[in-house]
Ligand binder design. Structure first.
Ligand code: TEU
Length: 549
């Protein structure tokens, strides 16, 4: 199963919150099968499922204790095999989320490793007699003391997620064997969790910061990815996407330049830190629109010129809902959600849609810390409160930034538990589910859902979406993001008002080649002008124009 990555669209599913076929508090694989017709109707080409392997669920499955076993909460191997087959029969490929920077400390390898320093699995992990000052991304030291064996082990994430030692060839071969097992099952691709963190330096020097500069895009990362390509991807039709934490453009061009045989594409997160004042996540703050445009435009131009390929996205299971973050989840929820979809899907790259984004699900706005489940958010709560930060200030930051904003149950209808389950879900349903749900969106031709479906279809119909280069027309405009995609055969003009105030705008366009003419391809409001300018943009108005021979 291989779609052209340049016209494909990927839909991300967080199975725990997607749909419970069995009616339980958490979603399951059978629930994904139940919704395949909806996903086929939407027009997506791949489904990326976040991990459903056996796990203690300390980090909702990103703490794997058996890479070859389906966690019973999600179903059985037969369910997964049926899901792969049913998706394939609808022309949809299934992508697994492979977490191999670390395992759960409940994994058999780690349980062996902590038996003693001479255990064959000891060197599957990273041990030191004394910790350095590196910090975990979930707060606190990146080292945890293991009393049984008298040493500290490295964990860049939670202390129950021990980092694997990729310098050990036995680790790499065990990972490749596992990936081949799933590739042989017929999966269509892999999302590789924080894969650019796997290459640690030979030593572990103290750092003036949290240590990430020593292991991010580490010394042997490209060797490892090229080896993974040889051992797993070569000769198979697989879409591979790397989650690249705190990475650089140079490395991302190298990760995705086809002749280097590493990955198909990468996620980077620089554009999702424009509401982190001084890089600090846990502070409630507005987003910097000019910076958002600057970063996304730089990555468009840089990756095009370098021959690389972006995965483009607003949301995932770690990020707040984009309509709440960069749009307006109140009065202009529908208009702003459609606008955000238009500007993302007009970019060069492979667009990812996160479950619920297509119906403009919003942050739930929980008011109590007991409503939250995410280990990162709860660690932040305890750490900030211990520092004396006022409870309401911490709650305001968590309400805006928590990963749980994206993890409330998918809203299928206005019935009990939003049609997600038959019992109270593992995390509360968002309060707007009675109005914001798939059933209502399907029935409304003007819904955000129908707009996403149109954008997906346009990408497949017009090569300019894949092939055009990119130029931002409004880098300094305080409200408008307009950009031009150009190829030999066509021009694509995307214009978006990111504000609730009307904007006068006349796009600075060169004359079209003789015989070419602009036509309106997509709009998020009725009665839009059929020519691009001069315009009076309405609140959150988004327009896409096409010109071709
Ligand atoms: O996330 C990587 C990561 O850095 C996350 O901490 C994320 O960027 C951050 O929470 C945003 O503020 C991956 C997975 O997507 C995440 O769900 C896991 O918790 C993490 O790795 C560890 O496996």
């Amino acid at each position: 199963m291989q779609h052209d990555i340049k016209t494909a669209v990927v839909y991300q599913i967080y199975p725990k919150s997607f749909y419970s076929h069995h009616g339980n508090a958490t979603g399951d694989l059978a629930g994904v099968i139940d919704k395949l017709d909806y996903l086929a109707w939407l027009g997506v080409d791949y489904l990326w499922l976040t991990p459903f392997f056996q796990s203690p669920q300390q980090d909702n499955g990103y703490d794997i204790s058996d890479y070859y076993a389906i966690d019973p909460a999600y179903g059985t191997m037969a369910d997964l095999e049926r899901l792969i087959a049913e998706a394939k029969s609808r022309g949809i490929g299934l992508m697994l989320d492979i977490v191999v920077n670390h395992t759960s400390t409940a994994h058999a390898w780690f349980r062996q490793a902590r038996q003693g320093r001479d255990n064959p699995y000891r060197d599957f992990y990273i041990w030191r007699d004394t910790p350095n000052n590196w910090q975990s991304k979930f707060g606190g030291s990146a080292w945890e003391f293991d009393a049984d064996s008298g040493q500290y082990y490295l964990h860049l994430f939670d202390k129950t997620q021990a980092d694997l030692n990729w310098a050990n060839p036995a680790v790499r071969q065990a990972v490749y064997a596992m990936m081949r097992f799933w590739a042989d099952k017929g999966v269509a691709g892999f999302r590789l969790d924080v894969i650019n963190l796997i290459s640690k330096p030979g030593d572990f020097p103290e750092d003036h910061s949290d240590g990430r500069r020593f292991y991010t895009d580490g010394p042997r990362i490209h060797d490892y990815l090229q080896e993974m390509h040889r051992e797993v991807f070569a000769g198979r039709d697989l879409l591979t996407v790397g989650e690249m934490s705190s990475t650089s453009m140079t490395h991302c061009i190298d990760y995705t330049q086809p002749t280097r045989r590493e990955l198909s594409m990468v996620f980077n997160f620089h554009h999702l830190k424009v509401d982190y004042p001084n890089g600090e996540k846990w502070v409630a703050a507005p987003f910097d629109f000019i910076e958002l445009k600057r970063i996304l435009s730089a990555w468009q131009v840089g990756m095009v010129s370098g021959g690389g390929w972006n995965a483009t996205f607003w949301c995932n299971h770690d990020q707040p809902r984009v309509v709440s973050r960069f749009g307006d989840d109140g009065r202009y929820r529908v208009e702003s959600a459609k606008m955000l979809a238009s500007v993302l899907h007009g970019l060069r790259g492979t667009p990812y849609i996160y479950q619920g984004e297509e119906i403009a699900m919003a942050n739930p706005g929980f008011t109590r810390i007991d409503d939250y489940r995410d280990v990162e958010s709860l660690n932040a709560w305890h750490a900030l409160r211990a520092q004396g930060v006022a409870a309401e200030a911490v709650l305001a930051a968590i309400r805006q930034k928590s990963r749980d904003n994206a993890r409330t149950p998918m809203q299928w209808d206005n019935g009990p538990h939003a049609g997600f389950s038959r019992v109270a879900p593992w995390i509360d349903v968002a309060p707007d589910a009675d109005r914001v749900n798939v059933a209502a969106a399907l029935a409304d031709p003007g819904s955000v859902l129908h707009h996403y479906r149109q954008l997906i279809a346009l990408r497949k119909r017009h090569p300019i979406f894949a092939d055009g280069d990119y130029r931002c027309l409004t880098p300094e405009h305080p409200a408008i993001w307009a950009y031009l995609r150009a190829s030999e055969a066509a021009r694509l003009l995307v214009i978006a008002n990111f504000r609730a105030e009307p904007q006068d705008f006349d796009p600075p366009l060169a004359p079209l080649p003789v015989g070419w003419r602009w036509r309106l391809l997509s709009a998020n409001l009725p009665a839009s002008p059929d020519q691009p300018g001069p315009l009076r943009l309405r609140p959150y108005e988004a327009l896409i124009y096409l010109a071709e021979r």
